[in-house]
Design a protein around this ligand. Sequence first.
Ligand code: GLP
Length: 257
Amino acid sequence: MPKIPSYHLFPTAETASKTLAAEIGELVSSRAAAGQSAVLGLATGSTPIPLYEELVCLHRKGLSFANVTTFNLDEYLGLERKHKESYWHFMHTHLFDHINIPPGNIYIPDGTIADENLQGHCLDFENAIVRAGGIDLQVLGIGRNGHIGFNEPGASPEVRTHVTSLNKVTIADAAESFDGPQNVPARAITMGVGTILDARRVVLLAFGGSKAGIVNRALTPGITSEVPATYLQLHDNVSFFVDTDAGAAIEASSPPE
Ligand code: GLP
């Protein structure tokens, strides 16, 4: 039975990010106390930056990430790790360089893999998630066109980690950071919708007025491949954490939690 994700309205991106960081901190420390690991699915883009700042703060206050394994949603194809727009670079700059996660526990799709090895690489990525015990908590952002990871409009719900072509809205949104649309990679590796739906819990962050329309659509009953975020209605443990601007157009009949 499809289920509309619950949503939580926060006054600012910072308060939403602190709430999610606290949830992640609890998960990580309770697992550590039980001698277990915690597996996080992570996102890039401007949206999760305050979350990563807060996780770094929690680490400075004593939270250890020694028992954490992470899987990033996606990576541009054709970018070296050190390219300033690679997600590898983003994740190290904003999070991994500042916490004590063992480097061997960090999984980010490799954007430098040759075409003939891509299929094997995607399979290895899926297998690594299974070996780690599955993702406990997946953090998501949302594209203005409703994409999650790089699952663009038209994506099917069963698909696993794969190579995809970027949609024109996605390319337009990335154009500024790449100094022009012609420099935005045409393809990416992304976890599939099926991979995301296998996470035990999903929290989607959305901040700012430019996300208001798509947040409302994702929270409106009706699953369509044209808005991949609506596939989250197939999962029974999804929360949207939105700030006032991103939540401004929500018409859902259920009140915020
Ligand atoms: C990229 C990423 C997505 C992210 C989206 C939104 O396309 N692949 O995972 O959710 O951008 O980015 P922003 O948070 O900057 O709005």
